[in-house]
Design a protein around this ligand. Structure first.
Ligand SMILES: Nc1ncnc2c1ncn2[C@@H]1O[C@H](COP(=O)(O)OP(=O)(O)OP(=O)(O)O)[C@@H](O)[C@H]1O
Ligand SMILES: [Mg+2]
Length: 483
């Protein structure tokens, strides 16, 4: 039999034991005395020895009876205590589990109505706590998702200056790891000085604040829009601050490109216009009387206005291609046909420079492209090869394929392009040798247009070049597949 391990049972046993012992002592003293009295007063013929023997027998029987009574009472007491206390023990155990945070714990105690009522209440409490915990977990999960996916770097710092939260983007942008940040003071993270100053300011003023700051990370200039605000908890208690850092480097870069573009366009327009104006003024001032001068000036004016026209056409073309939603008319197109047409268009220029084509287009490959736009791309590339090559050189055209793309290579034996310049030649108005390409009538928009067009085809353009040896432009256009 398992004894309930509570003090009540032992107190009960001790009390019953004591009562029975006292009863035994009293009865043990009282009964022999009374019997002696009865025997003597009624003159029953018992000898002294017989009476003593009877007393001993009586004491023995009494002790046995008291022992049996004690055991019986102990057993019944134990059963009763078990019935009453075990359910309470069970409910208490459940309550203890709930305190520990195990909201799945439930009580199964059985017993009198009060116990059942208690069990029901504790189980409802457990269920409510479980619900609240679930809601809290969902809220926490939502908050975590929000913080991690807000698209900006975020850091929360408590009143003592210790980092309490930093999202993945923050760690990534400032080249930190979770372990380097967690529980550390923000001043020990090695954040850019400007950001530390900003955080200090929010701490000092305890007011929301925003600022655009310029910082250098890994020798790279980076622009950030930083927001800082105090975190105020319940009852207006000040808990710390939150800082949100938004990268605006790309925005600033685009802004700069826009400014450069306007400056470039104005500059490009100014040169021919100044020239036209200057020559026409000289003519009007009387130079028209000299027929030779008149013709030569008119020729210049004509060329300059041509340049203006080309520039404006290119600008319009670029603006059209750059428009959102610009689409090329994709259809199965033979690369061979495209190259033949591009060669026809550029031949007169080739002949002027006594250059030759070496064409390797035995294989025809069908790509998914816009024929006119593809002709425009290759005319542009071939024109560049002609412009930036000395006379009597060869331009090689090749058609290839790599499984996914049809490839066209335009290779020349020209001046080549410095490695560091290669990424820049696709920028609008970018010219490696400003004076030279301007003389060639170039606006620096050709490759910008080519790049846009290739990308509109979901293609790629690659450049390989060696200064003094030549350049190879490789255009990859997705293959046409029947299915
Ligand atoms: N095949 C090439 N060989 C050497 N340099 C080249 C070649 N192709 C382009 N470049 C360089 O890249 C620059 C940009 O070329 P892009 O075609 O965009 O402009 P452009 O030829 O100067 O003018 P246009 O807008 O009339 O084409 C050129 O100015 C030239 O310096
Ligand atoms: Mg060009």
């Amino acid at each position: 039999m398992k004894l309930p391990s509570n003090r009540l049972f032992f107190i009960f046993i001790a009390l019953t034991g004591s009562v029975i012992a006292v009863l035994g002592i009293v009865l043990g003293q009282l009964f022999p005395f009374l019997m002696e009295k009865i025997f003597l007063t009624n003159h029953i013929p018992f000898t002294e020895e017989q009476i003593d023997e009877l007393k001993i027998q009586f004491a023995f029987v009494l002790a046995l009876l008291l022992l049996i009574a004690f055991l019986l009472i102990a057993y019944i007491g134990n059963r009763l205590i078990q019935e009453l206390l075990n359910p309470i023990e069970n409910v208490t155990q459940t309550a203890r589990e709930l305190i520990k945070g195990n909201y799945l714990a439930r009580s199964y105690a059985n017993g009198p109505a009060t116990i059942l009522e208690l069990r029901k209440s504790i189980n409802i409490l457990a269920r409510n706590l479980q619900e609240i915990e679930k809601m809290r977990e969902i809220e926490e999960e939502r908050l975590k998702t929000l913080i991690e996916n807000m698209g900006s770097a975020l850091i929360m710092i408590d009143r003592e200056g210790t980092v309490s939260i930093a999202n993945a983007l923050f760690l990534e942008e400032f080249h930190l790891t979770f372990l380097e940040v967690e529980g550390r003071n923000f001043l020990s993270l090695g954040l850019p000085r400007e950001l530390e100053k900003f955080i200090d300011q929010v701490f000092l003023t305890e007011l929301p604040y925003r600022k655009q700051i310029e910082m250098e990370i890994n020798n790279e200039k980076i622009y950030k829009q930083v927001y800082g605000a105090p975190v105020v908890g319940e009852h207006g208690r000040w808990l710390g601050i939150v800082i949100v850092v938004h990268d605006i480097t790309e925005l600033i870069r685009l802004e700069q490109i826009r400014k450069d573009f306007v400056a470039n366009v104005s500059h490009e327009l100014r040169t021919p216009i100044t020239s036209i104006k200057g020559f026409s003024e000289t003519l009007l001032d009387g130079a028209y009387r000299d027929e030779k001068m008149l013709l030569s000036f008119l020729e210049i004016i004509y060329q300059e206005s041509n340049r203006l026209q080309v520039l404006i056409q290119d600008l319009l073309e670029l603006s059209k291609i750059e428009q959102h939603g610009f689409k090329v008319q994709l259809e199965p197109t033979s690369l061979k046909d495209v190259l033949i047409r591009a060669v026809e268009v550029t031949s007169p220029k080739m002949d002027e420079k006594n250059m030759e084509f070496d064409v390797d287009i035995q294989r025809d490959i069908k790509v998914f492209g816009d024929k006119n736009r593809l002709i425009q791309i290759f005319t542009n590339l071939i024109t560049n090869s002609i412009t930036y090559s000395p006379p009597h050189t060869v331009i090689t055209l090749r058609i290839k394929e790599d499984g996914d793309h049809g490839i066209v290579e335009v290779e020349d034996e020209g001046i080549g392009i410095e490695k560091s310049e290669i990424p820049r030649i696709f920028e609008r108005f970018y010219r490696v040798d400003k004076a030279r390409s301007r003389n060639s009538g170039g606006t620096g928009l050709g490759l910008a247009i080519v790049k846009h067009l290739v990308e509109a085809h979901r293609g790629k353009i690659e450049v390989e070049s060696t200064v003094g040896k030549g350049t190879c432009m490789r255009v990859k256009i997705p293959l046409y597949r029947e299915n």
